[in-house]
Ligand binder design. Structure first.
Ligand code: SF4
Length: 869
């Protein structure tokens, strides 16, 4: 007997089912309720008093595992790919080529790549078996001869796979579709089955419902918005009954749509609206953030400074510290293997930044050592260079003493890591977390016991970490639920916040179907990609329709994002909504007020009464003055607050290192006496320069950098020619790296001059430049961007008692000649300009606004801070 109902799509469904159970006398242990999600199960269970009898409530996978029985044990999912690989080995070369598009032995050896293709096979077989499509039927619907051949090979592969399973006393879970057998103990127990159906049903599921209805009563509740789909029509045909139509209801809740500049702004918008909605009387626990893209969960975990959010179903295993550390070790192991013993410095740096490793003595010093090595422009290190401390050795040696391993051995290494995590755990929650990981790894050791294959360590770790990623960890948090769209099925909240409504995120693109394209799906009457898209949009429409307040945001296309989601466009048009831009152009911070949370923008630092004292203490350099001219905001962040971008490993050598190399080579050459010919001078510069540059990793690993350095070394011949000409004119290098300092307007100004030349009582001050420089033309105080050389001339005069006769740059980029950097006759004007500027700098009333010239922002390290990124 089948009873079919359709619940109003814009109303909560779980109360409807609970009422039905109560009013129909179905509160009994003989009744089985099957619901789509764990939340639905909990929500229904909470509706019964402890005094009431309750039906048995199951999720769909639980129901399937109890209802069906198989002749042989089902192969654990983790082992399926290994048996599939054995089966694939039995295919001929041509068959492998037809299925995998390649035959190279590497492909079969690289287990992870193979397993990815293998997963597509399992998806394919699961679907066609679940839809009761036979091999012959599939071949009949083939649109191309090639495809027909491929399906034959696929079935041969499947036969070989199930044959191997059988020989090992196992079977595949999808074999229950071929010959379903009910577990009689289970079916004997129940008289009634209640199902809530929100998505598509496979033919196997329809067949199961029909068979169950012959043994007992089946009560079906359909919950979806809009017209019936092809799938509903097929259900009607199979079950011989009709799915009722929905009664359209006018939307009641309010919807606000805004366009932001970034994900972070969407986060800020949501936080702001949560407090606003709470002020309207909505409880925090009746609010939910619905994520079309679950990757955004990371933002809610990382930025939850008000402890507002709780992440449903806990956070997945990838957020666990053990997983993240193992992931970096995996990368290090891969680099170690591929480079023959070197690990990237960035990988080592990330490893030392792992919170639980930081607690272990030795890792702090290692982090310092890595920082120094980055400062020395190193790009890679050997394991021995980094593991000088016994504690570091204890953690890392198991992973680096060998490059290949079995899955069970790799699992033991991870258990060792998890035990170290537990030893350093700070609270019970962390300990539980470590214990859960260890338990899962022990299970994997049992599962993988029959697999004797030896893998590269990183491959073995990748395989194990797939299972760790699926573990859920409880994460204590606030009252506002953050959940993925699929988890929201059949739920209802008073206020929902939906970020990320851009076309590239929602509706999500489905996995590429390797073997069943849309034409074949249509011909076999299977759900197509459009049907799946329709379903996911239906889930989103339901959650919006059931809420009183919906706040939807997307990132503006002007900020480099994709278009608004077509789903959002549809809502905007249907509900005649106005899209409001979220104003944000500056430094945005949170601050609390009496009424709750407010946001405000700060595009300038506030006046600093102590600025003069701070500047006097630290002294002023030419670079500081140049930064102040370029952008007062950057000046303040960099020199007064002291925010510095961290040194990053780079696979190129910074220009100042080239300058330093040339500098020290010349100092060595000239201190031993002046060479007489350009050839002699160039020969010595060439070898000295390449020797100095050759010490950088970037020179060794980056062919482009090597070529550039060698090209510069060659072209320094022009420099040598120019130098010999200068010597013949009578110029002689006098000092290298002259430290200059003077007090001007009460401020200590300082600098280091690259070189001073003298010629019969005349002096030239020189700075080497590895960038294009132009001859000095005119001094215009309002246009000056670089004060270095006139400032050095002033400081030179303070130290040596006379003004230099020439102020020069040495062009080491293009023409390799000296270029006039400033005109000595304009020094009085410059002095006036400088004094004025020093006064402004020390003014306690001044704010520090961002520059109006956006061209200065192009390569600025502070763009993230000021909001111009
Ligand atoms: S990005 Fe532009 S405005 Fe911002 S600190 Fe840098 S230079 Fe100043």
């Amino acid at each position: 007997m089948i009873h079919i109902y359709r619940t109003p799509a814009a109303k909560p469904v779980i109360p409807v089912i609970s009422e039905y159970l109560k009013s129909s006398g179905l509160l009994s242990g003989n009744v089985c309720c099957v619901l789509p999600t764990g939340r639905n199960k909990r929500s229904l269970a909470l509706r019964f008093n402890t005094s009431e009898k309750s039906p048995v409530i199951l999720s769909i996978p639980e129901f399937n595992s109890f209802l069906f029985r198989t002749e042989k044990p089902v192969v654990p999912p983790e082992l399926r790919h290994f048996f599939m690989r054995q089966a694939a080995d039995r295919l001929s070369r041509d068959e492998k080529l037809a299925l995998f598009k390649r035959t190279d032995p590497d492909f079969m050896e690289n287990f992870i790549t193979f397993a990815e293709t293998g997963s597509a096979f399992f998806r394919f077989f699961r679907e066609i078996k679940g839809e009761l499509i036979t091999a012959e039927e599939l071949a009949k619907h083939a649109l191309y001869t090639d495809y027909e051949r491929q399906t034959r090979i696929l079935h041969a592969l499947w036969e070989a796979y199930t044959g191997i399973l059988g020989a090992n006393g196992l079977c595949d879970s999808s074999e229950m579709f071929d010959n379903p057998q009910f577990n009689q103990f289970f079916t004997d127990r129940f008289t009634d089955y209640v199902f809530l159906i929100t998505g598509f049903l496979t033919r196997h599921e329809m067949r199961t419902l029909k068979t169950l209805s012959e043994k007992g009563s089946v009560h079906l509740f359909f919950h979806f918005i809009g017209d019936k789909t092809i799938n509903h029509k097929e259900i009607e045909e199979t079950l011989g009954t009709a799915v009722p139509d929905d009664e359209p209801a006018a939307p009641t809740g309010s919807i606000e749509v805004i366009e932001t500049g970034s994900r972070m702004e969407e986060y800020e918008f949501i936080t702001e609206k949560i407090y606003e909605t709470a002020a309207k009387g909505v409880d925090f626990n009746r609010m939910a953030v619905i994520l079309p893209d679950e990757k955004m969960k990371a933002y809610f975990i990382e930025n939850d400074i008000y402890n507002l959010f709780n992440i449903t179903a806990g956070t997945d295993g990838t957020y666990s510290e053990i997983y993240q550390t193992a992931d970096i070790i995996r990368k290090a192991a891969e680099e170690n293997l591929l480079s023959g013993g070197l690990i990237g410095i960035e990988t080592m740096e990330k490893l030392t930044a792992q919170p639980f490793l930081k607690k272990i003595t030795g890792f702090g010093s290692l982090a310092e050592r890595i920082k120094d090595l980055i400062g020395m422009k190193r790009l890679a290190v050997t394991f021995d260079e980094t593991a000088g401390f016994p504690s570091v050795r204890k953690v890392l040696t198991p992973f680096f003493k060998e490059t290949h391993t079995t899955l069970t051995d790799a699992a033991k290494k991870l258990i060792n890591l998890a035990e170290i995590f537990n030893e350093n755990a700070e609270d019970q929650r962390e300990k539980q977390h470590g214990t859960l990981v260890i338990k899962e790894l022990k299970r994997l050791i049992t599962v993988y016991a029959p697999v004797m294959d030896i893998f590269p360590l990183h491959t073995a770790l990748t395989q194990l970490m797939g299972a760790l990623a699926r573990l859920g960890f409880h994460r204590p948090g606030g009252e506002v639920t953050v959940m993925g769209l699929l988890e929201t099925r059949n739920m209802q909240f008073d206020a929902v916040f939906i970020p990320n409504m851009n076309a590239d995120v929602f509706p999500p693109s489905s996995d590429k179907d390797l073997f069943l394209n849309t034409e074949i799906r249509c011909s076999l009457r299977l759900p197509t990609f459009l049907d799946r898209e329709h379903l996911i949009k239906n889930y989103m429409s339901q959650i919006i329709a059931k809420s009183k307040f919906a706040y939807i945001s997307c990132i503006s296309r002007d900020k480099g994002s994709s278009y608004r989601s077509p789903f959002l466009e549809e809502i905007i048009i249907k509900r005649r909504l106005r899209v409001r831009p979220y104003s944000s152009s500056g430094f945005r911070i949170f601050s609390t007020t009496e009424n709750g949370l407010r946001l405000y923008e700060q595009t300038s630092f506030k006046p600093d009464a102590g600025i003069a004292g701070k500047l006097k203490k630290r002294g002023i350099s030419a670079t500081m003055l140049n930064d102040y001219i370029a952008c007062p905001y950057r000046f303040y962040a960099k020199y007064i607050i002291g925010l510095k971008p961290a040194e990053r490993p780079e696979d190129s050598i910074p220009p100042y290192e080239y300058g330093k190399a040339i500098h020290s080579v010349l100092e060595n050459i000239y201190s031993a006496g002046l060479p007489e010919t350009a050839e002699e001078l160039h020969g010595r510069i060439y070898s000295g320069f390449l020797e100095a540059i050759g010490k950088f990793d970037a020179y060794r690993v980056n062919p482009l950098e090597k070529e550039q350095a060698e090209d510069l070394a060659e072209r320094l011949y022009l420099f040598a020619v120019n130098e010999i000409n200068r010597f013949s004119e009578g110029w002689r290098p006098k000092t290298e790296e002259d430290e200059l300092e003077a007090k001007i307007n009460g401020m200590r100004l300082k600098g280091r001059l690259d070189r001073t030349d003298e010629n019969g009582g005349k002096t030239a001050i020189i700075d080497y430049k590895l960038k294009t420089v132009k001859d000095f033309r005119d001094f215009k105080p309002e246009k000056i961007k670089d004060v270095q050389m006139p400032l050095y001339a002033l400081l030179f005069m303070h130290k040596h008692g006379h003004m230099p006769d020439e102020i020069l740059w040495y062009d080491l980029k293009k023409e390799f000649r000296t270029v006039k950097a400033f005109d000595v006759s304009r020094m009085d004007e410059f002095r006036e300009f400088l004094e004025e500027m020093l006064k402004r700098l020390a003014d306690p009333e001044q704010a520090y606004p961002r520059t109006d010239r956006q061209s200065d922002c192009r390569y600025c390290d502070y763009a993230d801070l000021c909001g111009r990124s």
